[in-house]
Design a protein around this ligand. Sequence first.
Ligand code: HEC
Ligand code: HEC
Length: 243
Amino acid sequence: MSPCLPISPSVRVAALVALALCAQGCTPPGKPTPKTVPDRPDALVDFNLLYATHCSGCHGADGTLGPAPPLNDPLFLRIVPDAELVKVLTEGRPGTPMAPFDQKKGGPLTAAQVKVLADGLKTKWGAPPTSAAPDVPPYTLTGTGDVENGRMAFAMACASCHGDKGQGGKTGDQSVGAINDPAYLALSSNQVLRRYVITGRPDLGMPNYAGKTGRPHNFSALTAQDVADLTALLNSWRSPATK
Ligand code: HEC
Ligand code: HEC
């Protein structure tokens, strides 16, 4: 668990940029000191060590409560395609603090190490689906959503915590930071925004697509179309709306 998780999304992305810049020059949290790095780093194929060395500073020591999206989330691991895990690790997410890790793309890891991490996330933190769960909208960004419908879905499923325009609000005693903040959106892909709409941030108290916390009593679950429309709405808050 991270000792000092910045609570607002924009503060978190600022921390991520610092961590990304830090990669060469200093020792971010979770990064072993040189003593613990083996003589032949390419030969290291232990998931726990690779994760602790390269990922935990941003994604959290146990895959939750980091400034970057939680990876230790059974719902996320259930819907993310294996090929997408390999792709995001190999190539990174251009325009975000998630850098490429494959040596062919200038990163520190071999293709074999990328595979160990991609496989290990699912075997270590994945869980079998619970049969009672309603249909989960697909992980991958598809088609176009409708901003107007997104606004209606936001009023129903999000505004009670985030404010009617995503400007921030409260849930219980906890304050919720702005998600319409250009600095936050500029460093987040539409794919990760879509993912949050589906998985929520259970580690920070945000419900998933079917969770009822902060929602009307007759709320059932967000559909795939709702998720696309909500992603389109969040994208429309970028300045300019592009990514
Ligand atoms: C400098 C911080 C940083 C480091 C180090 C880092 N990541 Fe990320 N990672 C991010 C951010 C930020 C995102 C979200 C990018 C976006 O907007 O799509 C992300 C996205 C991801 C995703 C996709 C998540 C999703 O919700 O779709 C995976 C998988 C992932 N990272 C795995 C890893 C692994 C494994 C490592 C270690 C090899 C690692 N990351 C290292 C910051 C980091
Ligand atoms: C019960 C309250 C609650 C509801 C309902 C809720 N959220 Fe959240 N959300 C949170 C909290 C708490 C956080 C994390 C606190 C923070 O970042 O300030 C969060 C974080 C986020 C983030 C930033 C994630 C990150 O870490 O970068 C996004 C984007 C987001 N919510 C979108 C939505 C959308 C879209 C909906 C509606 C589909 C929604 N939320 C519904 C409470 C809620």
